[in-house]
Write a protein that binds this ligand. Structure first.
Ligand code: NAD
Ligand code: ADE
Length: 417
């Protein structure tokens, strides 16, 4: 078996992390049990390009239980847990191509090595594998039955491909599951981003001006958690509806150029390019901390920051000091997603729902092979809701049911005042 990881000796440590995560993933465990009996993925070769974490490991093991042959590469150069990668190779015989801190060239070499397995299904977090297969490995497209996409930025790219009629395979937008973005993007990013910022810097959040660019699912999650830690949270948006929501949720709202003057911490969660750029660096106060939780490292204009700086030095793990002469600016995790680079990503309990969605999406694509068009689909609502029901059940929570009379009332119009 070919693989490329940092250190096979780390397998025992990685295996403990995988087990620890599994304890918090009851829904995925139920799916794994069903998969191990009915083998719905028999005959599938699945290439996954995901953050290599203990939660992802549990998803890979579930897919293998379902009968799939699986290969895994990283969806970000900084998000791999090397111990987990090692356990997947050593204990689970799953080929992994991922090393934390790999350069861009190695990152793409690893994607190609995963693609070499000639997958029938692919699983992406950010659409890099699908892009590779559509641009440079087009000989593989004929074998690909479909792909599952984990994140907002990936779904945006896929919809752009479909609009341009360049998408050649059916895709399930797992991010658009309600049991994904309402929980993972909001509560997962909310907690793990704060975790990443604190692990990297050990700063006190109480009393600090914490500016958040983007009040989408991720941004509102972080805004609420930062407020809970005592920060004075300021929201910057470009969408008037989201800006109004932020205002009515009790946050200060203003343009970034104004907010940055007093900011202690600025975080971007937009999925957009050059949100913090030269004009903002010029106005920022001394010792401001900049971080990003969006998918790609494009939200903070690192090139412009470097150009303005006289010296750049690493002052702590995941903290670079940019010395502009008249002030210092601190950039966390090279401007890559701070929650996965400087911490461990979302807790397993929330990834339980995201990755149950991935497992069900893979099963759905394989079961419907040949029947779907090359476009971006949503997972059927029934499956999405089944994840929520299983999650509630796992927590011992039961909920009310509609009576026959209520069902009838909700689908009729005759009864009024
Ligand atoms: P979203 O579409 O719900 O929110 C993005 C928000 O950013 C929108 O409200 C949009 O109006 C706003 N925005 C866009 N450009 C802006 C600008 N220049 N200034 C201010 N606001 C701007 O998306 P989301 O689900 O919150 O995801 C955001 C990003 O985070 C994506 O890149 C996504 O892939 C990524 N993501 C990361 C993690 C993680 O673990 N770090 C988890 C989930 C999603
Ligand atoms: N994305 C955010 N957190 C994650 C995690 N813990 N594992 C995999 N992907 C993630």
């Amino acid at each position: 078996m070919k693989y490329d990881i940092k250190d096979l000796q780390k397998a025992p440590e990685g295996q403990k992390l995988i087990q620890w995560a599994s304890n918090e993933m009851p829904v995925l465990n139920l799916i794994r049990l069903r998969f191990s009996i009915s083998k719905p993925l028999s005959g599938v070769t699945l290439a996954a390009c995901l953050h290599v974490t203990s939660e992802t490991a549990n998803l890979m093991i579930t897919l293998v239980s379902g009968g799939a042959k699986v290969v895994l590469c990283a969806s970000n150069p900084l998000s791999t847990n090397d111990a987990v990668a090692s356990a997947l190779v050593e204990n689970h015989k799953i080929p992994v191509f991922a090393i934390k801190g790999e350069d861009n060239q190695t990152y793409y070499k690893h994607l190609n090595q995963a693609a070499d397995y000639k997958p029938n299904l692919t699983m992406d977090d950010g659409c890099d594998l699908v892009t590779l297969i559509h641009q440079k490995r087009t000989e593989l497209i004929k074998d690909v039955v479909g792909s599952c996409e984990e994140t907002t930025t990936g779904v945006i790219r896929l919809k752009a491909m479909a609009k341009a009629r360049e998408l050649k395979i059916p895709v399930l937008a797992v991010n658009d599951n309600q049991t994904k973005h309402l929980f993972d993007n909001r509560y997962g990013t909310g907690q793990s981003t704060i975790d990443g910022i604190i692990r990297a810097t050990n700063v006190l959040l109480a009393g600090r001006s914490f500016v958040i660019c983007g009040y989408g699912w991720c941004g509102r999650g972080v805004a609420n958690r930062a407020r809970g830690m005592g920060s004075n949270v300021v929201v910057c948006e470009i969408d008037p509806i989201k800006a109004l929501e932020a205002k009515m949720d009790g946050f200060l709202v203003m343009p970034l150029i104004k907010a940055i003057v007093n900011a202690d911490i600025v975080l971007t969660t937009t999925g957009n390019k050059y949100v913090i750029t030269e004009k903002h660096f010029m106005k920022a106060k001394n010792r401001v901390i900049l971080a990003q939780a969006g998918h790609f490292d494009i939200e903070i204009n690192k090139g412009a920051l470097k150009k303005l700086s006289k010296k750049v030095s690493q002052v702590r793990p995941f903290v670079e000091e940019y010395d502009l002469g008249n002030k210092k600016i601190y950039l966390l995790a090279e401007g890559r997603l701070v929650n996965l680079a400087a911490a461990e990503g979302h807790p397993a309990s929330v990834m339980d729902m995201s990755f149950s969605g991935q497992a069900l999406a893979a099963e759905y694509l394989w079961r419907n092979k040949g029947k779907l068009k090359p476009k971006v689909y949503k997972l059927p609502e029934k499956l999405d809701r089944s994840i929520a029901s299983m999650k509630l059940k796992s927590q011992g929570i039961s909920i009310d049911k509609l009576s026959q009379e209520q069902k009838k009332y909700l689908t009729s119009w005759r009864e009024g005042t």
